[in-house]
Write a protein of this length. Structure first.
Length: 398
């Protein structure tokens, strides 16, 4: 049996608040980037600073990534629907990949420009000294946006916002390059711009590669970290009624994680008790095991990794038909009230409940039970699969 649960009413406020916070920080970043892009491009052109112009073009690319983050956050916050029953968390993952790609492109662009300036000294023209002030303003604004976005990303646990925060940090680093380039050019050492740009371009590419790699691992359903998986396993084993847990599988879905597991319970308990234990496992894991928002629980009466499989054993209709054939002509067939089947150890164990015949008692009942059991065991369809047989009698009551 399997049990899964999703409390939309509990998740909706969190998702709504999450989207509002993501939207606010992203729109703030877009507003700052818009102002900076205009300022950088205009001041670079007026003050003859190629570094400011290049940084302005880089800032324009930030506006594109801000738009990607905003659109992705809106879709990721949507509730599960018919076409996306597992939710829309992977949209954030895809957006993180896109942001990482933009980071990589920005790093390549910075490295390309730096190499061109190193190989072409004639391109190292000096800007006006006022360009230093614009470079400082850009640096302060970019670092401020990193700090703000990073705080919100940590509070929400959003990888997508974390990626965008690092984009702001790389922008701040590129602004340091611009500041050094402008100051160096004004002081007579324009080559400092290209040398620093190459170093930071390598750092940008490293960050981009890490973001893309982590998100790609999520898209191919890579498991959680071993420490997290072990924590989930311990949480499951602590649930009363769980004897063991195996086949635990985990994966990420956006900033959340989902899992499925087989739990072993006592083999003779009722279906409803097994389902109740599965519900308890779901509640314990989603409340105590960190980022896991949903887990599917498969209840096993035995460890199906070690024991003989019961998947090839006949189902109830075939077994009932065999019982009726074996007991054909016996009056107990009409007294049959309940047949309980247990699939364990590669065999079917049967518990048969009959109405008590008032004319039989003691030795007579034992003899009839032995006869009925032999009839079942000798039936050709039941003999290869039948395990323990228990016959119970229920007294007739008014």
């Amino acid at each position: 049996m399997m049990a899964t649960h999703s409390d939309d009413s509990a998740d909706a406020p969190r998702d709504g608040s999450r989207y509002r916070d993501t939207r606010r920080v992203t729109l703030t970043g877009a507003a700052v980037n818009s102002g900076l892009a205009v300022t950088q491009l205009a001041s670079g052109w007026l003050l003859n600073s190629q570094a400011l112009i290049a940084d302005g073009v880089h800032t324009v690319s930030d506006l594109v990534t801000d738009a990607v983050v905003l659109v992705a956050a809106g879709h990721a916050a949507a509730s599960p629907d018919r076409n996306h029953p597992y939710g829309h968390g992977r949209i954030e993952t895809l957006a993180t990949v896109i942001v990482g790609v933009f980071l990589a492109l920005a790093g390549v662009a910075i490295a390309w420009g730096a190499g061109s300036r190193l190989l072409g000294p004639e391109e190292l023209t000096g800007p006006a000294p006022l360009a230093i002030a614009f470079a400082v303003v850009t640096l302060v604004a970019k670092e401020g946006m990193y700090q703000y976005t990073h705080r919100v990303a940590r509070r929400l646990g959003s990888r997508m916002l974390e990626a965008n925060a690092w984009h702001h940090r790389t922008d701040a680093i590129s602004s340091v390059i611009v500041l050094l380039a402008v100051a160096g050019a004004v002081a007579g050492w324009p080559w400092l711009d290209a040398a620093a740009a190459l170093v930071v371009a390598g750092f940008i590419l490293h960050i981009a590669g890490r973001l893309v790699w982590r998100s790609a691992a999520e898209l191919i359903d890579t498991a959680l970290e071993p420490e997290e998986v072990e924590r989930i396993h311990r949480t499951i084993l602590d649930v009363p009624g769980v004897k063991d847990a195996h086949m635990l599988r985990t994966r990420r879905s956006g900033d959340d994680a989902v899992a499925d597991v087989h739990v072993q319970v006592a083999p003779m308990i009722s279906v409803s008790e097994g389902h109740r234990i599965a519900d308890a496992v779901h509640q314990a894991v989603t409340e105590d095991a960190g980022a896991v928002c949903d887990i599917t629980v498969h209840v096993d009466p035995e460890n199906d990794e070690d024991q003989a499989a019961s998947s090839r054993l006949p189902l109830r209709p075939e077994l009932v038909a065999g019982l009726r054939e074996a007991w054909s002509g016996f009056p107990e067939l009409e007294a049959l009230e309940h047949l309980s089947l247990h699939y364990l150890g590669g065999r079917v164990h049967a518990t048969v409940t009959l109405r008590l015949d008032p004319g039989l008692s003691g030795t007579g009942l034992e003899g009839r039970a032995d006869l009925l059991t032999r009839q079942l065991r000798e039936h050709p369809a039941l003999k290869p699969v039948l395990g323990q047989v228990t016959i119970l009698y229920r007294p007739c009551t008014e």
